[in-house]
Design a binder for this molecule. Structure first.
Ligand code: PHE
Length: 351
């Protein structure tokens, strides 16, 4: 037994144990096995201590101290390693929970162009392709521009027809101030500020004193059109508007012009397209006519040209006005105009 203990023997066992501890990388169980192997009841160091009992006192002291310090050092290493492993485990767990590849991805709700804006852009685009430019006018307008200069005199029923929102402000030299009831006053502004040739569209918001229902809002959008030059004819109007309607509703769409009345155009027309719901058969939407109205138009009334100081013998022109909401409703078959302004994300996501 005596030869079983020596400084080199203890050192060798120390190194052996140390390298085994170091080699453990993941499993805590492995570490536990090492602990038992060296420090358990039948462990290698336990056996050394047994040997210690049988050697002379002076040697016992030397080897005893050495063994104690080696054991203390190794146990510290063991504990350190145990801690290291458990920290590693927690870290891995956290990383896994962030990187859970089997989880379904997060859904981000991204913005969309509002259907009304889409149609608005499309309409404007068609006219830009045809060489029109864009003009804007104010939403607060003079009574004279909104009515009088458009050949709608004070006592004309059209002033009542377009139930007007007047502003409670002092009367100007151009009459009362009001919220424009149509984009036609921008025609007057363009005609007063420019010389022909004029080829403009005038998009914008308009206001009417209406009760809200499925087809009426108190504010909505129009796109006005005006072409004035020498030799502009009704056939130009028909060509431009037919091109427009086909661009928006498809090349195969059937359309027609019907005579109508507006004080600022002569002759006045309304343009209809074949009902998209029943394809012309007749249904509730087209009131059994097979057609639905898309816009109002006509040749600029000579009185309007006269009002802005243009020679009506020299110049002619055509004008049109369309409702953006109306076009969008026809195009997407929406039966309630209020849907455009409720901003229900389920509605907006449909386009
Ligand atoms: N301003 C008319 C309306 O709001 C539409 C229109 C514009 C008609 C231009 C003819 C010419 O109903």
């Amino acid at each position: 037994m005596k030869d079983k203990i020596s400084k080199s023997g203890i050192e060798q066992l120390r190194k052996e144990c140390l390298s085994e501890i170091e080699s453990v990388t993941t499993s805590q169980e492995e570490l536990e096995k090492i602990r038992i192997k060296y420090f358990g009841r039948k462990g290698k160091f336990k056996q050394m201590f047994e040997v210690l009992k049988e050697i002379p006192l002076n040697e016992k002291k030397i080897y005893g101290e050495l063994l104690n310090s080696v054991v203390a050092e190794l146990k510290l290493k063991l504990e350190g390693k145990l801690k290291e492993l458990s920290v590693k485990k927690v870290k891995e767990k956290n990383e896994l929970s962030i990187l859970e590849l089997t989880l379904p991805g997060m859904k981000f709700s991204i913005g969309r162009v509002h259907p009304l804006q889409k149609v608005y852009d499309e309409i404007i685009d068609v006219f830009l392709r045809l060489g029109f430019d864009i003009k804007y006018g104010p939403e607060i307008e003079f009574e004279d521009y909104n009515f009088t200069m458009l050949n709608i005199p004070y006592d004309h029923p059209a002033r009542d027809m377009q139930d007007t929102l007047y502003l409670d402000l002092p009367v100007t030299k151009n009459g009362k101030l009001l919220l424009r009831t149509h984009t036609s006053p921008v025609q007057i502004r363009v005609l007063l500020s420019e010389k022909p040739p004029i080829k403009s569209i005038m998009p914008g918001r308009v206001y009417r004193h209406e009760n809200l229902d499925a087809t009426h809002l108190f504010n909505f959008h129009q796109v006005e059109g005006l072409v004035v030059d020498k030799g502009i004819r009704l056939s130009d109007l028909k060509g431009v508007l037919t091109y427009f309607v086909k661009s928006i509703f498809g090349q195969d769409i059937k359309c027609r012009f019907r005579q109508s009345y507006f004080p600022f155009t002569e002759p006045s027309l309304e343009m209809d397209i074949c009902c998209l719901v029943c394809k012309g058969e007749g249904c509730g939407v087209c009131k059994n006519s097979g057609y639905v109205e898309v816009l109002g138009c006509g040749m600029v009334h000579p009185q309007v040209l006269y009002n802005v100081g243009l020679g009506y013998e020299e110049y002619t022109g055509f004008a049109f006005g369309l409702g953006v909401e109306r076009i969008a409703m026809l195009k997407y078959r929406i039966d309630d105009i209020r849907l455009f302004y409720e901003n229900d994300i389920r509605f907006i996501n449909m386009f």
